[in-house]
Every structure is written in structure tokens, then in C-alpha cells.
Design a binder for this molecule. Structure first.
Ligand SMILES: Nc1ncnc2c1ncn2[C@@H]1O[C@H](COP(=O)(O)OP(=O)(O)OP(=O)(O)O)[C@@H](O)[C@H]1O
Ligand SMILES: [Mg+2]
Length: 383
């Protein structure tokens, strides 16, 4: 997918083209054609609680600022099950990104926002409505996150495993997602963090439920730095019992405070493979991959088994690709799972490349088209 020459296309009035990967944990934003996002911020918004400063009471606290003011803030949820639920919140967050961070004049800009697989049509229409009625964008297009990954790896067909705050398993064939085969694993980043809290504090993790509390952030840091996937859980447990000191890691919290973890390091990501550990009634990730591929036409299954791609922040656990590959190979010996570098930004990078391509400009839903046809026409453009 070659980037087009914008000067050739627009003459002297080249618009800015923003790209937002609207993740339910973190929003990544920047400009088309760039390889990494300019901004990444937690997709959260809060209001001062009764302990908060009076002067700031009415102000919305957005993104990272919520952490520094964590004891004075009540978070309000913007997403539910990975989909936008609170549109007022979403608009405030987008206002912040578009006007304060990217500093664009929306009337003169084009934009691309990602959506997660299996997003309901009504959600998509609502986004389009905000884009044209609140921001008066010149043109807009959507990309499903799994499709964006494909543009990033420059392949038309692959099986995309996205693990962020949620977990989506999507076969994408010839750049089209196959919704009838897409699977959702109801486990993601917060479940992993909470389970770590549970293991360390013997089921007393309720105090860690506020995601902006210091304790929760600490658990998250421990998870991200030290946890990894065991290739074989029984072997790993035996090895741990023989030599626990080989597994122990210490996190320095302050000059006089340390934090140690041992077998939790490999027990935490196990919930991806066996959700019943945390009482979730669902097959594990490898079984869901097999189930998804089996729902695809028999002629194209090989293409998927040979191109299983990891993406998203929670796919960064070391050895995750090896364990999935091992389990899938019991059924399909040639299966290959790829854990590419910078996979936490695979979606954003692909969306950014796409938004500089001829296809983007051909498919872009323009302000004029919106005035004529309204929000529902977007479904004719995106499929
Ligand atoms: N090195 C790491 N190891 C394990 N988990 C990590 C690591 N780095 C980040 N994470 C986790 O990744 C999660 C966020 O991932 P990501 O930013 O891809 O989510 P998102 O795109 O906002 O969510 P979604 O796409 O599901 O709506 C957090 O739970 C975070 O703790
Ligand atoms: Mg994501």
C-alpha cells in the first residue's frame, strides 16, 4: 500500500489527516503516514469527588491527569465490553485529543477512527454523526482494528489475535473481516491485573478495583514487567517448586520498600488459556482460535493457520506465541504464530498507512455525502 502524493491530490491545500485508534484502555492518536502515534493516553475521564478541589469541581479530568489526582476522582466509564457506551464522555475525550493535543482545525481535516470487531451498526452511525455534526470534518473513514493490523503487516489475509483490554480473534480474508467466524474471549488486561491482585493478596483484591489507584497501577506494572507465559504449566510449576529463587523478581517501590513475586509470574497469563480459573465459562484462547478457523471455508483455513498474528498491549507477555503455537500444532502441525515487534501499536500503524493510501481517499465518506445521505450510508462504504 503506497502512500499517495498529497500535493498531487490536493494541490496547495493539503488537509491534515488524523488517525485515532480508539482503544477502550488507551487511545492512540497521530497523523496519517507516521509510524507511531504522537499521543497515547488512558481512555478515561473523571470528575472531582467530594474531597476534590472546589475550583476544579466542574472540570473534566481526562487521561493521565486522573492518575495524579486519583484520590479525588470518580471515574465514569466510557466503554462497556469494548464498545463506546457514554457518548458525552467520548466526545470530551476526542475534543481533548483533536483540539488540545493534535491542534487541528476539524473543518479542514480528514480523519480515520478504528472500531473493534463486531461493533454494532448503531455505534458506527453515532460516530459518523458526531464526526460530521460536531466536528464538521471534510471526510471520514473507519477501519476495523483487525483490518488495520493487516495493512500494517502488508498481507491481505491473516488471522488476527488482538489482546488489549478485550480480546478479539478475527480471520481477515483478502482484507475483509469474516464476522461469522470472529470470536471474543471475555478476558483482557484488567482481568489479568485483577487476577494478579487476587493471587498476591489472597482474594482480597476489592481495594484494587479503582483502576486509577496507586495499588492497581502497581499491580499493572508488576504484570507488565514480570509476567510471562509458561510453555507447559506443570513443568514450570515443578521447576518453580525445586528452585523458587530462580523465579523470584523484586520490584523496587521506593528506597526502603520492595515487592517480590514468584510463581504468580506464570500463573497470571494462564487465565487466557483456561478461563475457568477465574470462573469464566469459556474455552481458552487456543480452542477459540481453532473454533474460529473451523468456521471459515475449508479452502482458506491453511492461510489462517500459517498467519496467526498477535497484536495489542496484552499480547506482550513473553512466550505467548510459543504456547499458542504449541497448542494449535496438536491439531495443525504447520501452524505459525507471529509476535512482531511493536505489536502494541500494530493497529495504529496500519490505520496510519491506510489513511495515506489511494483506497482511503476513494472510500472516504465526505461531508457533502453526509449532508445528502445521513449516517447510515457509511455501511455502504465500510464492509
Ligand atoms: N508488557 C506488557 N505485558 C502484558 N500486558 C501489557 C504490557 N504492556 C501493556 N499491557 C497491557 O495491555 C493492556 C492495554 O492494551 P491496549 O492498549 O492494546 O488496549 P486497547 O487497544 O486500549 O484495548 P481494546 O483494543 O481491547 O479496546 C493493559 O491492560 C496493559 O496493562
Ligand atoms: Mg486495541
Amino acid at each position: 500500500m503506497e502512500p499517495i502524493d498529497l500535493k498531487n491530490y490536493f494541490g496547495d491545500e493539503i488537509p491534515s489527516i488524523f488517525v485515532i485508534d480508539n482503544g477502550s484502555y488507551s487511545l492512540k492518536a497521530g497523523f496519517a503516514g507516521e509510524t507511531i502515534p504522537r499521543f497515547e493516553m488512558p481512555n478515561i475521564i473523571g470528575k472531582m469527588n467530594h474531597k476534590g478541589l472546589k475550583s476544579k469541581k466542574q472540570k473534566n479530568i481526562i487521561g493521565n491527569e486522573c492518575y495524579s489526582l486519583s484520590s479525588f476522582i470518580e471515574l465514569t466509564e466510557t466503554f462497556e465490553n469494548g464498545k463506546i457506551k457514554n457518548w458525552e464522555n467520548m466526545e470530551k475525550i476526542w475534543n481533548h485529543i483533536l483540539f488540545d493535543e493534535l491542534k487541528i482545525v476539524t473543518e479542514e481535516s480528514l480523519g480515520l477512527i478504528t472500531e473493534s470487531p463486531l461493533t454494532p451498526k448503531a455505534n458506527r452511525e453515532k460516530v459518523v454523526q458526531i464526526i460530521f455534526e460536531t466536528y464538521n470534518l471534510r471526510g471520514f473513514y473507519y477501519l476495523i482494528t483487525a483490518q488495520a493490523c493487516l495493512y500494517s503487516i502488508k498481507k491481505p489475509t491473516a488471522f488476527i489475535i488482538e489482546i488489549g483490554k478485550s480480546c478479539y480473534l478475527t480471520p481477515v480474508y483478502d482484507t475483509y473481516c469474516l464476522p461469522h467466524a470472529t470470536q471474543i474471549l471475555n478476558i483482557g488486561g484488567d482481568d489479568l491485573t485483577k487476577y494478579l491482585g487476587n493471587l498476591i493478596f489472597q482474594n482480597q483484591y476489592s481495594s484494587f478495583q479503582s483502576k486509577i489507584s496507586f495499588e492497581y497501577q502497581l499491580l499493572q506494572k508488576i504484570k507488565e514487567e514480570f509476567c510471562y507465559v509458561a510453555l507447559d504449566l506443570n513443568e514450570e510449576t515443578k521447576n518453580f517448586e525445586k528452585n523458587p529463587e530462580n523465579f523470584e523478581k523484586t520490584l523496587e517501590i521506593s528506597n526502603d520498600k520492595n515487592f517480590k513475586i514468584g510463581k504468580e509470574r506464570f500463573l497470571v497469563p494462564e487465565i487466557l488459556f483456561n478461563p475457568s480459573i477465574i470462573n469464566r465459562n469459556s474455552p481458552g484462547i487456543s480452542s477459540l482460535i481453532l473454533k474460529s478457523i473451523e468456521r471459515c471455508d475449508i479452502d482458506i483455513r491453511d492461510d489462517f493457520y500459517h498467519n496467526i498474528i498477535l497484536a495489542g498491549g496484552s499480547s506482550l507477555f513473553p512466550f505467548l506465541e510459543n504456547r499458542i503455537e504449541k497448542e494449535i500444532r496438536c491439531f495443525f502441525p504447520d501452524a505459525q504464530v507471529f509476535a512482531l515487534e511493536n505489536r502494541e501499536n500494530l493497529v495504529w500503524k496500519g490505520a496510519s498507512m491506510y489513511a495515506r493510501s489511494q483506497t482511503f481517499f476513494d472510500k472516504c465518506y465526505t461531508w457533502e455525502e453526509y449532508q445528502e445521505s445521513g449516517p447510515s450510508m457509511i455501511h455502504v462504504k465500510v464492509f
